[in-house]
Ligand binder design. Sequence first.
Ligand code: NAG
Ligand code: NAG
Ligand code: NAG
Ligand code: NAG
Ligand code: NAG
Ligand code: NAG
Ligand code: NAG
Length: 373
Amino acid sequence: MAAMPPLPASSPILLCCLLLTGALCPAARAARFACNATAPRASTCQALISYAPPNGTATATLAAVRALFQLRSHRALLAANGLPLSTPPTAPAPTPLRVRLPCLCSGGAGATFQRPTYRVRAGDTLDAIARGAFAGLVTYQDIAAANNVSDPNKVAVGQQLWIPVPCSCDPVGGQPVVHLTYVAPAGSSVAGIAQEFGSAEETILAVNKMPDAKGLLAGQVLDVPLRTCGSAISNTAIDRNLLVPNGSYILTANNCVMCGCSSSTWQLDCQAAQGLSSSFCPAAKCGDMFLGNTSSTSSCESRTCSYAGYTNSTSFAILTNITTSNTCNAGMAPMAQPAHSSAFRLEPAWLRWTELVVSLHVVLLCLGYLRQG
Ligand SMILES: *[C@@H]1O[C@H](CO)[C@@H](O)[C@H](O)[C@H]1NC(C)=O
Ligand SMILES: *[C@@H]1O[C@H](CO)[C@@H](O)[C@H](O)[C@H]1NC(C)=O
Ligand SMILES: *[C@@H]1O[C@H](CO)[C@@H](O)[C@H](O)[C@H]1NC(C)=O
Ligand SMILES: *[C@@H]1O[C@H](CO)[C@@H](O)[C@H](O)[C@H]1NC(C)=O
Ligand SMILES: *[C@@H]1O[C@H](CO)[C@@H](O)[C@H](O)[C@H]1NC(C)=O
Ligand SMILES: *[C@@H]1O[C@H](CO)[C@@H](O)[C@H](O)[C@H]1NC(C)=O
Ligand SMILES: *[C@@H]1O[C@H](CO)[C@@H](O)[C@H](O)[C@H]1NC(C)=O
């Protein structure tokens, strides 16, 4: 049995596309996030997808969302959302829920790698799958193109479709970020979204190649770069690309270490995770300090036993390093001491990010004028 064709007239956005011959209709166009990172450094990364089921659908459980996106671990879903590890799979999923998925850059654009997939059921249309099940994170055109479906009317029940959710691995303004794929709700503004995610309006406009904040459409799929916590992770560690944005945590080193990120310090905050690993966890200490322990050395300075990654070349080992931070310098994030790694990459350059993005924005505006002229 074939699925029904999508109904363009039921969508004001698609209707607008028909009227304007597609010229001004970004929301109905397949969203593509620039993703130029190349191998071996980082053609893949972990991206976040913000999933908010459409109004009127029954509240999903965490287990249902995990199944929809084929997430390997319930804990990873809790971690991405900053939820306590004791939260059961049967708990209702908060809306929106952040889903962490691998992203692959290819040909200058990014899409979630191999996952999620969806098995077509009787009565499904590609449009209903895109806008219903996947809450507008993709369009039916995205799904058709990714699965080489030449005629969207001809999808067979039982057919397995790859759902290519747009994502990116690119640094922004030279800084590593985690890209969040976000569907702009009706009534939202770029300024409001920037504030909600601790970003700048100019950054969101530039990253999404939007000339103007007024151009935001309800349902538009936006690339929202999230600032991540700085760390002392060694470049030779297996988890050297570990990036944790504010409001979430991550389990690493074979579930032996748990790292959080808080926007009050913007420094990775790691501790040994007890009883989560299925195997032996090596000691995580700096001399007599445990991972995550802090001691003050003077009235202004404190030393922390920080996480420096894990290795498994000869045997499984958790690396640590002492970092010092200045607690008197109000308003400044503490600086990690070891200079070998990318320890304080975020702090001084964060201010430059906005500047760079503003100039990018100006260039984009000029290009827009040139094209019109
Ligand atoms: C969905 O429901 C929320 C809260 O009831 C409302 O604010 C929002 O406008 C609704 N969105 C749509 C697309 O109907
Ligand atoms: C990324 O690649 C696209 C197409 O290959 C190009 O137009 C764009 O300028 C590149 N962006 C960056 C930041 O390199
Ligand atoms: C896509 O479909 C076309 C026409 O049906 C076919 O020629 C082509 O080989 C297909 N490509 C892939 C990658 O399956
Ligand atoms: C960090 O996350 C918390 C909790 O999720 C949120 O209240 C706060 O606004 C966020 N701060 C920034 C700068 O994103
Ligand atoms: C040091 O870390 C260990 C293990 O995380 C913890 O049990 C202990 O309370 C910490 N001590 C101090 C002084 O923070
Ligand atoms: C370390 O390597 C050994 C042998 O390759 C492997 O069996 C083990 O699972 C690895 N441990 C971790 C934590 O990756
Ligand atoms: C700890 O920091 C020192 C000093 O910067 C550095 O030489 C060393 O490689 C670091 N150790 C690890 C495990 O990252």
